[in-house]
Design a protein around this ligand. Structure first.
Ligand code: COA
Length: 281
């Protein structure tokens, strides 16, 4: 007798919790805005905060109405890095800690989760953006800073290294010599200096970083969400490929999009001189 095969149904969006302990997560005008909310610790990330960020972002990844995620803190601090009180490595636990380093430790999983997220992740930075906080912002897609922002990777001062992507992402952004100087001194740089090095896309007046990000997201609404998903993948994959491989994977993305209803709608709307109504399919 033939086997009955169960087919998968379309995956569905999850739900945000009504409230979280370490973050405030709210939907606003097509974006999920996540405010890091441990002000007394300058928003240092601990396991619970990492888990909550993953939970909230996971809940909206399949929600077609959410086109981007915004990370922000408060005027004093975006995030002062990993919670320095949080790690103990007893000799008898070492291999469990080693095994846990990628998936079980949420404060590590978060960084790869951010890198692989299929929607734009934008950081609005005011105040301190240090260590793991800076690494979190770099794992996202781009950063908008205010004049009050202060970026740095001071881990070496604790004989730690920027182990959440900092030694890889910073040199890719600004080149190895400058990245080495910043990591080897732990020096903090202003929003303006970060703009000069192209770490951030914009520097705005103090208190205005989130407003600027919201304006950019409004403008992003004119672009089809599937095109944004594919170009994010194409750019992220392409930077680690040869140019020829990059062109080939880009052509694959372009071809995959040709089957979408949104592409038809985009072209139809252009010919009818109206705004397209994208459905994300
Ligand atoms: N982890 C845990 N707690 C942190 C923290 C971190 N990464 N960064 C700051 N805090 C806490 C402080 O312990 C302090 O708590 P307390 O009031 O209970 O003592 C509170 O946040 C305020 O910090 P404080 O140092 O008093 O403020 P400041 O304005 O004098 O200095 C910084 C601000 C950011 C320069 C300083 O807190 C600092 O250097 N933090 C560590 C940054 C770092 O090395 N990050 C990389 C971690 S790998």
């Amino acid at each position: 007798m033939a086997r009955k095969l169960k087919s998968f149904s379309r995956p569905k969006a999850g739900s945000l919790k009504n409230s979280y302990e370490m973050i405030i997560a709210k939907r606003r005008k097509g974006a999920l805005e996540i405010q890091l909310n441990r002000p007394d610790q300058l928003n240092a990330i601990n396991e619970a905060m990492a888990e909550e960020i993953i939970h909230a972002m996971d809940a909206v990844e399949l929600d077609r109405k959410t086109i981007a995620v915004v990370l922000y803190g408060n005027e004093r601090s975006f995030c002062a890095g990993a919670d320095l009180g949080g790690f103990q490595d007893l000799p008898e636990d070492r291999y469990d800690n080693y095994r846990a380093r990628y998936n079980q430790r949420k404060n590590r999983l978060l960084y790869r989760f951010l890198m692989n997220y299929t929607k734009p992740v934008i950081s609005a930075v005011e105040g301190y953006c240090l260590g793991g906080g800076f690494e979190m912002a770099m794992m996202g897609d781009f950063i908008v800073a205010s004049e009050t922002a202060s970026f740095g990777l001071p881990e070496g001062k604790h004989s730690l290294i920027p182990g959440a992507g900092g030694t890889q992402n910073l040199p890719r952004l600004i080149g190895a010599p400058l990245a080495k100087e910043l990591i080897w001194t732990g020096r903090r740089i202003s929003g303006a200096e970060a703009k000069e090095y192209r770490i951030v896309n914009h520097v705005v007046e103090g208190g205005k970083a989130l407003t600027k990000v919201r304006e950019i997201i409004e403008e992003m609404k004119g672009v089809g969400p599937l095109a944004t998903m594919m170009t994010k993948q194409s750019i992220n994959r392409g930077v680690d490929m040869t140019l020829q491989q990059g062109f080939m994977q880009e052509a694959d993305m372009a071809y995959m999009l040709s089957w979408s209803d949104d592409r038809k709608e985009g072209l139809q709307a252009f010919s009818e001189r109206r705004k397209p109504d994208f459905k994300g399919q």
